[in-house]
Each structure stands twice: as structure tokens, then as C-alpha cells.
Design a protein around this ligand. Structure first.
Ligand code: BTN
Length: 259
């Protein structure tokens, strides 16, 4: 079972006041959404040691063997639906800060929310929401970070694209330490979101980004667009400068950095 001692020293206001640890589950996001629906409060955290049906963005599955972080946080901000995309960016900033300070690695964000080190994916965030009319009832921010996985444990098709903290540092890392730091940073970033200091949050995202200013290829379903990733807008959308000069707003897709 995941050792929890390190989490007992966690000092946060509301995030992680209630932490549910599971040995194995389908997906922590599914459990969190059910609990949020049943009335679990803002800040409840669900952590699993392994997942049988871990989900990634764009309908992909998320490889979820033991030794990594699989965590979902229930957030219940009183905001309109359109602010939800910013919650994903907020969690990305929090994870990158936490991983940077606990591992010393140069961890970056690739739009929309891949956590990358030296161009390889170390983690990702999947935010799922429940909406009524234009109001956000709750958001589940799902965080997956490859921590103690060995390079050779990755499925062969992603081995050259993915990495873990252990693969980069050659050290086994403490999961409770990283989890505590992620929760502390998420709380700090969530305060910026809640206090309407979203510009500060977006500036921090820009600072930690590995995407902006780069020549990129964006895959949206069957379409591929190339251009310069110029900026993100105040809703967290990617602004892509096409060769024609047009500035295109992208709400979803896969970004690959081009040389
Ligand atoms: C991505 O595609 O980059 C997002 C991956 C998100 C994975 C995490 S693991 C914890 C939570 N539960 C899930 O089923 N998915 C998210």
C-alpha cells in the first residue's frame, strides 16, 4: 500500500483535507466524479496505486502500473463553464513547480498540459467537468506523473517519447513527498485562480512553457496545422501564427515541436 506518513505533514487549507487512498481502481477520475456528484466537498483527493482503466486526453488510455502518481482532485469553484480550461493550466503550473522543487529537474509544460523533461512526456493532466447550463458544478483534475517507472517498463510504442523522474535522476523518489508538494502548489495556484489573479497564473504558465515561440505542428483529429506557437489567450487557448500571417486560436489538439 502507498505509504501515507509523508502526507500526514501536509499543511493545506482545503485541498487534501480528505484524502482517499485506493490500492487499485478503474480510474481515479471516475471515482472522484462519482464522489463529487454524491456531495464530497471541494478539495477531496483520490489517489490510487494502480489503475485498470486510466484515461488520458483525447480518449487515450493512461498506462498505470505501480510506482507512479495517479491522483484526482475535486474542485468546486463558483465560476462559469468557460473558466474550466484555466483549471487545467493551473494544475499544470502546480505540478511543474512541485516536480521542479522536489527533483531538481528542469520540468516544463507543453500545451495544453503535458509535463515534459527534455522534450519527453513525464506526466499529464485530464480535467473532466460536470456542467449545468453555463455553470460549472464541479471539476475533477486528474494528474498522472511517471515517477518510479523504469525506462524499459514503458510500452514500446511510447518508449522514445516518455520518461519518468527515476529515468531522469537514477533515483527512486518518495511518492508522498511529491504528492504533498503538488497539493501545496495546487492550493497556492488555485488561490490565484479564485482571487481573479488569472493573469499572474497565465504569466507563470508562459514562463514554464516549452511550447511558446517554437515552430510546432498541431494535430487536430485528421488535420495537421503548422505555425509558430505565439501565445496563449486569457482562456488558455493556443494562439498559432500561420505562415499566411493569420493568428489561429486552437482549443484542443496535440502539439509536436518542430526543429
Ligand atoms: C494526458 O493524456 O496527458 C492526461 C493523463 C491523465 C492521467 C491521470 S492518472 C489520474 C487520473 N485518472 C485517470 O484516469 N486519468 C488521470
Amino acid at each position: 500500500m502507498l505509504e501515507t506518513e509523508g502526507l500526514h505533514g501536509l499543511i493545506t487549507g482545503s485541498l487534501g483535507k480528505e484524502i482517499i487512498l485506493l490500492q487499485d481502481t478503474d480510474s481515479t477520475n471516475t471515482v472522484a466524479a462519482r464522489l463529487a456528484d454524491e456531495g464530497s466537498p471541494h478539495g477531496t483527493v483520490i489517489i490510487a496505486e494502480t489503475q485498470r482503466g486510466g484515461r488520458g486526453r483525447l480518449g487515450r488510455s493512461w498506462f498505470s502500473t505501480k510506482g507512479n502518481i495517479y491522483m484526482s482532485i475535486i474542485l468546486k469553484p463558483a465560476v462559469k463553464t468557460e473558466a474550466a480550461a484555466l483549471l487545467t493550466l493551473m494544475a499544470g503550473v502546480a505540478c511543474v513547480r512541485a516536480l521542479g522543487s522536489t527533483t531538481g529537474l528542469d520540468v516544463r509544460l507543453k500545451w495544453p498540459n503535458d509535463i515534459v523533461v527534455a522534450g519527453k512526456k513525464m506526466g499529464g493532466i485530464l480535467t473532466e467537468t460536470k456542467i449545468l447550463a453555463d455553470t460549472l458544478l464541479f471539476a475533477v483534475v486528474g494528474i498522472g506523473i511517471n515517477v518510479n517507472m523504469q525506462r524499459e517498463e514503458f510500452p514500446s510504442d511510447i518508449q522514445s517519447l516518455a520518461t519518468s523522474v527515476k529515468a531522469e535522476t537514477n533515483k527512486t523518489q518518495s511518492l508522498p513527498l511529491i504528492i504533498s508538494e503538488i497539493l501545496k502548489e495546487t492550493e497556492a495556484c488555485y488561490e490565484l485562480f479564485r482571487e481573479n489573479k488569472r493573469d499572474t497564473l497565465l504569466q507563470e504558465w508562459r514562463r514554464l512553457s516549452s511550447t511558446l515561440g517554437k515552430n510546432v505542428k498541431v494535430t487536430i483529429g485528421k488535420d495537421i496545422i503548422t505555425g509558430i506557437a505565439e501565445d496563449i489567450d486569457d482562456k488558455g487557448m493556443l494562439l498559432l501564427r500561420l505562415l499566411s500571417g493569420e493568428l489561429k486560436t486552437i482549443s484542443s489538439g496535440d502539439v509536436t515541436l518542430l526543429r
